[in-house]
Design a protein around this ligand. Structure first.
Ligand SMILES: [Zn+2]
Length: 74
């Protein structure tokens, strides 16, 4: 087996992707949120979107973990 063992960038659980199953779900929410923000607000960059989302009180902590990680990757 030549598969590389990977761990979630946030919680270090073993994963086949950059995020574990749990954080993948949060990441999917961030992605789908971006699509609806673009529909509502027109052109907004990924980084602007993430920054604004991070400032919202209603953004959950697992989502904020994702956002902080994504902003570091940029
Ligand atoms: Zn994780």
């Amino acid at each position: 087996m030549a598969t590389t063992k990977a761990v979630c960038l946030i919680c270090s659980r073993a994963t086949a992707d950059k995020y574990c199953e749990y954080h993948c779900k949060s990441f999917d929410k961030v992605i789908s949120g971006y699509a609806s923000w673009k529909r509502a607000l027109g052109d907004i960059s990924w980084v602007d979107y993430l920054t604004k989302l991070l400032d919202l009180q209603e953004t959950g902590s697992s989502i904020k973990d994702i956002i902080e990680k994504e902003l570091n990757i940029q």
